[in-house]
Structures are given as C-alpha cells and as structure tokens.
Design a protein around this ligand. Structure first.
Ligand code: FAD
Length: 398
C-alpha cells in the first residue's frame, strides 16, 4: 500500500505561527509536516497516552508495583557501558553515534533521523536524514535546545525510505509512535536518549550567560553525576559549576514550559535508551526495552566495555529539601556550593539512586508546575507512574 493511501494530509504550519499545544509546544517538528493532521492524538502535551503507546511498542505497559519499571519504564536489561575507543567530540563516549553507524552499515536501515548543528550556530538544531557514516558523525554531541526532529517525516515519505532509525528525545518519540503506522515504513527502530530541562535557543543563551565564565566559547555541557555542570570550551578547557551554585532565582523561567510539564524523562517509548544518569561517573547508562533494542545493542557490543548497574545511597531527604528550596529560588554563595558539592559527591546517591534522585526532583517540580499553571490538565496529563513517584513526597498546598 502506498503511503498516500495510508494516511490523511493537512497543511503544515508556517514557521512562527501558533502551535496547537500553545505555550506547551516542545517543537518536536510534527506540526511542520502534513502529519499535523494527527496532532490532537499524537502530541505529548495534548494527549498523554503512555499506557496505550507502551503496549503498542513493547507489548505491555510498565508494571507500577515494580519500582524499577515505575522509574525506568518497560525493560528487560539495564547496564553501564562505555566505548573502549570513544568518539572524539561525542556527548559522552559516542555509543549513540556508533549504533547508528552500525545500523546503517549493516543494512538494517537505509537512513537515520538525527540532528546536525546549523551553519553558523553550533546550538541551533538542524534535523536531517543521515545516509552515511560522515553524516551520522556530524550529528554527534547534544544540541541542548528544542529540536524539530519530526520535521523530516515528509522527506522520509518523499525519499521512499522503508527501513528507518530515528534518534530522539521523549516528546519527539511519543509523537512519532502515535503516527508511525502512517509513515509507510517496513521497519522502524527507535534509539532514544533521556531528556530534561531543555530550552529554546534564547533560553540557552540566558543559561550560558548566567552560569558559565565564558558563554561564547562553550561547545558542550552536561549536568553530571558528580552534582556539577561540566562545560567544555573551544580551547579544550573544562569548567565545572556545582548544581547548588546555579542561580536558580534567575533561571526559573529559562526551561521550556513543555519540559516543565514533561514526565517522560527516561524516554519510555524508545526501543533502546542511551543516557548516563543511572551509571557511575564517566560511564553511560543503557536501558534495553525490547528485542529491537537488544538487536541494536548487540551490533556494537564488541566496541563496549560494560559493567552491571549499581545503586547506592538514599535520595529521599535531598529531594524533599529541594522542593521548597527550588520554590524559593535559593542560591548558595559559590564557596558554600563548592563545599556542598564535595559532601554530596562523597555521601550522595550513586548509580540508579542518582537517576531516581534526578527523576524525583524533576517530577515533583514539574507536577507543581502543571498543578499551578494548568490545573485542568493535571488529572489527565500526569501518568500513573509519575503520580506514584510524586506521592512519595510532601508538596506545598499551593
Ligand atoms: P552522541 O554519539 O554524541 O550522539 C548524540 C545524538 O543525540 C546525536 O545522534 C544527535 O542526533 C542527538 N541529539 C542531539 N541533540 C538532540 C536534541 N536536541 N534532540 C534530539 N536528539 C538530539 N541523559 C541522562 O542520562 N540524563 C539527563 O538528564 C539527560 N539530559 C539530556 C538533555 C538533552 C537536551 C539531551 C539532548 C540529552 C540528554 N541526555 C541525558 C542524554 C545524554 O546527554 C547523551 O545524549 C547520551 O548519553 C548519548 O551520548 P553519546 O555520546 O552516546 O551521544
């Protein structure tokens, strides 16, 4: 069956025009294509449907009574890994890029949806369909800004691709899963990364200017497991800033409203997720959700050093304290932040417990954001797994 018979078309929205999800739009790219026809069902911010899409993708939804599944989604394996020969310039060790190359070069897929940087600005994303190793390598490293990855879906149809790998973050993948059977593909693989606290390009500038000593030379940054933001600069130097020293009062409105109301931190609908936060410092964290994810991991296994996931510490008190501190916009002087960083690095949560710490802190913050700003959406927008996680904490009444 040809694709034209398989789906309905609507006119894509012009750049800059209002989006159906309004302020909550994460610019996933769906509305830049004629698949906007499906936006009411497909948009992660208009129609939360994790359980349906998990069942469609993995054959079942996550088991809420199993805490690991409640936090990390449907999976049959988690591990820590790093490339024995890291890819220079990748975000971590380049596992994502290596899998994409192996998928293409083994002939499993004909193209890979990924994100280049725009000419002239390394942080403005430019989604592409990569067809060879060089085009995949050119997409390495995060563009830490909202990225319209799905805007290339019309090009997928036009180019007649039948076997595709899509790399993306949760909001993009939720919309993709909702329309995937309209794309005329024979095979779709999804390689996800976790994602949190993303920003518009303007928001990124504010974050860099508020946080880094040299905002114009930053080529990379990551919030790492040692409770510090690591910035790499174009001269090769590294700058670290403790989380507790971030100017929270100035950064409160910097994160996109979509990210402030997102509960898909761990990309529950991808086949395989490659992040870092459940692994020891310096390692990446892999969550294999289904047989397609296993197939992708197996392809690069020989390029990886691995170890089992571990978990140490207890996050609960730190998360509970962070709730009023965030609300009040508490910022410590840098000496106190450095000291706090050293202490928490030594005694704080590690491995999976660090991942839970990060999930809990973001879910409680986001729950309050939705409750305060979109009270009518609260009941339908917050998935059951997130509600269970948030229910562990005492939240302010208003
Ligand atoms: P690389 O080989 O460098 O490949 C990176 C891939 O990411 C490329 O294929 C590129 O196409 C894709 N990409 C880059 N920018 C975007 C974007 N804006 N949207 C969609 N795809 C993109 N992991 C955690 O464990 N915890 C977190 O809190 C966390 N936050 C993240 C926030 C953002 C905004 C992003 C984009 C990623 C985040 N990650 C997080 C994932 C992590 O930073 C790494 O991307 C991941 O571990 C892969 O590293 P790598 O070296 O294998 O990737």
């Amino acid at each position: 069956m040809t694709l034209a018979r398989n789906h309905k078309k609507a006119r894509a929205l012009k750049a800059g025009s209002p989006r159906p999800a309004k302020a909550l739009c994460s610019e996933c790219g769906l509305c830049d294509t004629y698949y906007i026809h499906y936006v009411k069902e497909a948009c992660a911010f208009l129609n939360q449907q994790f359980e349906t899409l998990e069942t469609q993708t993995h054959g079942r939804s996550r088991q809420l009574e199993n805490w690991d599944e409640c936090y990390f989604g449907v999976h049959h394996q988690m591990l820590a890994a790093r490339k024995t020969e890291p890819i220079a310039g990748a975000q971590w060790t380049g596992i994502v890029s290596s899998i994409a190359i192996a998928m293409l070069e083994s002939g499993r897929v004909e193209g890979v949806v990924c994100v280049h940087a725009s000419e002239g600005d390394r942080f403005t994303p430019k989604p592409v369909i990569a067809r060879n190793r060089d085009e995949i390598l050119a997409a390495r490293v995060n563009k830490p800004t909202l990225s319209p990855n799905l805007s290339v879906l019309e090009e997928v149809e036009r180019s007649g691709l039948k076997r595709l790998l899509v790399i993306g973050v949760g909001c993009q993948i939720q919309a993709l899963r909702a329309v995937q059977d309209k794309l005329g593909l024979e095979k779709l693989y999804v390689l996800g990364t976790p994602c949190v606290d993303n920003v518009t390009r303007a928001g990124l500038q504010k974050f860099l200017e508020t946080t880094s000593r040299s905002p114009d030379t930053v080529v990379y940054y990551e919030f790492m497991q040692d409770f510090r933001v690591h910035f790499k600069h174009s001269d090769g130097s590294t700058e670290t800033v403790p989380f507790f020293g971030l100017k929270t009062n100035q950064l409160k409105d910097v994160f996109a409203p979509s990210c402030m109301s997102c509960f898909d931190y761990v990309n529950g609908l991808a086949d395989l997720v490659v992040g870092y936060m459940g692994a020891p410092f310096g390692w990446q964290w892999l969550v294999v959700r289904n047989p397609l994810g296993q197939e992708m991991l197996d392809l690069v296994r020989a390029q990886l050093e691995t170890q089992p996931v571990m978990s140490k510490g207890d996050r609960h008190a730190a998360v509970q304290q962070s709730i009023p501190a965030y609300d009040k916009g508490v910022t410590l002087p840098m000496w106190a932040a450095q000291l706090m960083g050293l202490v928490i690095e030594r005694i704080g949560p590690k491995g999976l417990e660090y991942a839970r710490f990060s999930i809990d802190s973001h879910f409680t913050r986001n729950y309050l954001f939705v409750r305060r700003n979109y009270p009518a959406k609260l009941a339908t927008h917050v998935p059951r797994f997130a509600q269970k996680i948030v229910d562990q904490y005492h939240l302010p009444e208003s």
